[in-house]
Each structure stands twice: as structure tokens, then as C-alpha cells.
Design a protein around this ligand. Structure first.
Ligand code: PLP
Length: 288
């Protein structure tokens, strides 16, 4: 196994040599943004969508990314190549850079810190086939969940609460309204229609969510971006969550409530098939 190469502020270095400054604002404040991008068969999946969202997140928090879109994309491609990633992911983050600790933003000449690295990771096929369980957790996050910010404390507390009870994911709700998972979007099926929270400031508009919407639209599956309640979640025919690493993941139980027959539902399974087909097309996978 080759020693992993990472990208740190303009240079490709060995992982053990990649050190972050103690006054990096990402480290001190979580003042930055990130993306996780999936690699299948050595090819990047929905690359442009992730890169676009990174720049959009940056704009929303008045952060300047010190690389052009194309430069940053080629850095990602190079990392995958030198690390020979086949099945895995790329993590990329941009912080507001290094400056003496103070809450207000540093002067314009302070450049953002960019890091990126790769990881080997298999598709979660077994869980996708059997389904997972989730726990309802009150959504205590801030009101700009549309930014993929490094500030994940609300998400972490939710995930930890769910994980400590053996659940795969926390499904968050603001009062009666279901928002999203701690690191995934949430969907229900009701009368054959898929419902998911609209892409407002209260959720992160997942790239996986967008691919699912596109696949549903193309295949005549009704897909509605409309909020649903905790009661509607618990009485849904099917539930699934979706993210870059979880893909289309069936949820077969929420707290103590069994969903449908307690196995992945037929529409969820159909979406999984369509999603796998899309991966194979986009990432030039030969065999199943
Ligand atoms: C990243 C993330 C998602 C899923 O987005 P994908 O682009 O599909 O990976 C959903 N919710 C939150 C809170 C996230 O951070």
C-alpha cells in the first residue's frame, strides 16, 4: 500500500507531513465548508454538482476559495490518481485561513486554507439490502442548514444520540415537521408518492437527493418537495434516507415503530436499482 498523498494549501504532501496551524479558523471556529465526493471504479460521481455546491456554500458565508473551479477539480482528479482510489471518497474542506484569533473576519489578504484527501470505502450494500433503523431527534441546529459548514455540533449530537442506541441515523424534526437526517436527507413514500422536505434554509440540499429527484421524474415516480410531519413519517409506507456515502438507504424501523413490513419497500428498491444504474453509466462500470 502506497503512503497516502494529501493536498494541503497548494501542495501535494504525504499525510504524516500535513500539519494544520493552531490558528486556522477552521480548527478554532469551524469557520469553513466542506464536501464529500464519491469515487466508483476510479471515477468521480457527480463531481461538478459537488464542486458547484462548495462554491455556493463559500459565497453564502462570504468565504473566498483561493482556487478556480477547474484548478480545484484537477486537484481532486490528481489525488484519486496518485492514491489509486477505486472505491472510495474524497473529502475536501476550505476554511477562512490562518489569523490571530478574533471573531470578525481577517483582512482580505488572508488566504483560505484548502485541504483534500481520499479514502477507500466500499458501497454499504448489505445495509442497503436489509435496511437500517433510525431514531427521532429534535433538530436543534441553526437556521442556515443549507450551508455545508464545518460547524456540525448539532448534527454530531443528534448522530451520537442515535448511534449510542444502536441506530444508523438520527432523523431530525423541528416540532412536528421532519427536516432531515444528521448527515442525510429523509424521504417518505405515501400512496406511491415520494415526499421530502423542500430545499430551504432548514436542510442541506443533498446531491444524492437531486439525483433521486431526477431519477424519479424520468421514471414517472411522483416526487413532491413538501414537508411532512413526525406522524406521517411513522405511518409511512416506506422511508429512506440518502447521502453520498449511504446512497438510497431504506429505513425499516424508527424508534420502536416498524415501517411497512419491516423490510425495504418496493419503491425504495426501485430507486436503488435506478441509482446503481446511474452509477454504472456515469462511472463506466463494466460488470454488475
Ligand atoms: C452532506 C449532507 C447531506 C447529504 O448530501 P449529499 O450531497 O447527498 O451527500 C444531507 N444532510 C446533511 C446535513 C449533510 O451534511
Amino acid at each position: 500500500m502506497t503512503v497516502e498523498t494529501v493536498f494541503l494549501n497548494g501542495e501535494f504532501v504525504k499525510r504524516k507531513d500535513a500539519k494544520v496551524d493552531i490558528e486556522d479558523r477552521g480548527y478554532q471556529f469551524g469557520d469553513g465548508i466542506y464536501e464529500v465526493i464519491r469515487v466508483y471504479n476510479g471515477e468521480v460521481f457527480t463531481m461538478d454538482e459537488h464542486m458547484e455546491r462548495l462554491y455556493q456554500s463559500a459565497e453564502k458565508m462570504k468565504l473566498k476559495i483561493p482556487f478556480e473551479f477547474k484548478e480545484l477539480s484537477s486537484i481532486v482528479f490528481k489525488l484519486i490518481e496518485v492514491n489509486e482510489v477505486q472505491e472510495g471518497s474524497v473529502y475536501m474542506q476550505v476554511s477562512r485561513g490562518i489569523s490571530p484569533r478574533q471573531h470578525h473576519f481577517p483582512a482580505g489578504d488572508v488566504s483560505g486554507s484548502v485541504i483534500a484527501y481520499t479514502k477507500e470505502m466500499k458501497r454499504p450494500l448489505k445495509q442497503m439490502q436489509e435496511g437500517v433503523t433510525a431514531m427521532l431527534v429534535e433538530d436543534i441546529r441553526w437556521l442556515r442548514c443549507d450551508i455545508k459548514s464545518l460547524n456540525l455540533l448539532g448534527n454530531l449530537l443528534a448522530k451520537e444520540e442515535a448511534a449510542s442506541r444502536g441506530h444508523f441515523e438520527a432523523i431530525q424534526h423541528r416540532g412536528e415537521t421532519v427536516t432531515e437526517g444528521s448527515s442525510s436527507n429523509a424521504f417518505i413514500v405515501k400512496d406511491g408518492t415520494i415526499f421530502t422536505h423542500p430545499a430551504t434554509n432548514l436542510i442541506l440540499n443533498g446531491i444524492t437527493r437531486r439525483v433521486i429527484k431526477e431519477l424519479a421524474d424520468k421514471n414517472g415516480v411522483p416526487f413532491v418537495e413538501k414537508t411532512f410531519t413526525v406522524d406521517e413519517l411513522l405511518s409511512a409506507e416506506e422511508i429512506f434516507i440518502a447521502s453520498t456515502t449511504s446512497e438510497v438507504m431504506p429505513v425499516v424501523k424508527v424508534d420502536d415503530v416498524t415501517i411497512g413490513q419491516g423490510v425495504p419497500g418496493s419503491l425504495t428498491t426501485k430507486l436503488q436499482e435506478l441509482f446503481s444504474k446511474r452509477i454504472k453509466e456515469d462511472c463506466k462500470v463494466q460488470a454488475v
